[in-house]
Write a protein that binds this ligand. Structure first.
Ligand SMILES: [Zn+2]
Length: 152
C-alpha cells in the first residue's frame, strides 16, 4: 500500500494517478479516494485510469501549471484537445461557467468525484427466498421423555 517512496506527492491508493491532497487516517489521498473504504480503493483507481483517464489528465495538467495558462498556453490547448477527443466538449473551459481556471479545475474534479462516488460500494444483498413455514411442534417442552420427574 505504501507507494509514496516512488511517487512523491501522489495519492497513496495504489496506482492512483492523482495527487494526494487530503489527509485521511494517516495517509495522503486524492479527493476521489478520500473517505472511501479500503475495499473500494482499487475500483476507484480502475475508473480513474480507465474511462475517466482524459479528465484525470486534464486535472493533472491544470495543477502542474498552477492553473496559469498565460505562461503556458500550449497546456491549455493540450487540455482542450484531450477533452474534445474524449467527446466531452462540455468539460472544456467556458467563460460563462468557469470564471477562472481554478473554477474550471474544481468543475473537472467534481466530475471525477461524482463519477467515482458509487464505485466500489457493496450493494445490498439480494432479497432472501421466502422460507417454508415451520411444520410441527414449535416448543419442545412436551417432547422430552427422559426428563426426570416425567415418569412420576
Ligand atoms: Zn487517489
Amino acid at each position: 500500500m505504501d507507494n509514496d517512496a516512488t511517487r512523491y506527492g501522489a495519492c497513496q491508493a495504489y496506482g492512483c494517478p492523482l495527487f494526494g491532497s487530503i489527509g485521511d487516517a494517516g495517509r495522503w489521498v486524492c479527493f476521489c479516494h478520500y473517505g472511501r473504504p479500503l475495499a473500494a480503493y482499487d475500483d476507484v483507481t480502475r475508473e480513474l485510469r480507465g474511462p475517466l483517464a482524459p479528465v484525470v489528465e486534464a486535472v493533472l495538467l491544470i495543477r502542474r501549471c498552477y492553473a496559469d495558462f498565460f505562461s503556458s498556453p500550449e497546456t491549455f490547448r493540450e487540455i482542450r484537445a484531450g477533452l474534445l477527443a474524449f467527446g466531452r466538449p462540455d468539460l472544456c473551459y467556458s467563460d460563462t461557467t468557469d470564471r477562472y481556471a481554478r473554477c474550471w479545475l474544481a468543475r473537472l474534479e467534481a466530475v471525477l468525484i461524482d463519477a467515482t462516488a458509487a464505485v466500489g460500494f457493496v450493494h445490498a444483498p439480494a432479497p432472501r427466498a421466502p422460507l417454508v413455514p415451520v411444520i410441527g411442534p414449535t416448543h419442545i417442552a412436551g417432547f422430552l421423555p427422559d426428563q426426570p420427574g416425567d415418569d412420576e
